[in-house]
Write a protein of this length. Structure first.
Length: 149
């Protein structure tokens, strides 16, 4: 006795929260997302505000901050610093470095070249059980990595 349609066609029950609403996420923002916010693209600021208002925590990594600064325009410095300093920043630790190197090596043996930078981001997400928000999911084919839709 189902509801008459596949799960994707069923409407949620009134008053019932989704899993994301019930348990706040710690979201790791990849460089693509950070740049969208700083350059006011893809309505990204509003999406992040909605996440914060939903009780979620926004974070990034030291590596992502370095990538943003590497491509920062002269007139963006104050805005960039204000935004990035509002995020929790995960450092690169020895454990993360080992895991990133292992991930890169594992995929190289399969014939796929992934960047070490992306493997540092993936390793950080895995080590700290974070949900990754990126526009480049294809660069992160890692089992166990959770993405924000």
């Amino acid at each position: 006795m189902g509801s008459g349609g596949p799960p994707s066609e069923r409407r949620p029950r009134q008053g019932r929260k989704t899993e994301a609403e019930e348990s706040p996420l710690i979201i790791l923002l990849d460089t693509t997302v950070l740049i969208d916010v700083l350059r006011a693209r893809a309505n990204r600021r509003a999406k992040l505000v909605d996440l914060i208002e939903g009780g979620h925590t926004l974070t990034t990594t030291a590596l992502n901050i370095g990538e943003v600064y590497a491509g920062m325009r002269v007139d963006e410095e104050a805005r960039t610093e204000a935004f990035l300093s509002s995020l929790e920043c995960y450092p690169i630790t020895a454990a993360i470095a080992r895991r990133a190197g292992s991930l890169k090596s594992k995929w190289a043996l399969k014939g796929r070249t992934l960047t070490l930078a992306d493997m540092f981001v993936a390793a950080t997400a895995l080590e700290h059980s974070l949900t990754l928000m990126t526009d480049n999911r294809k660069d992160f084919p890692i089992a166990g990595l959770n993405f924000l839709p």
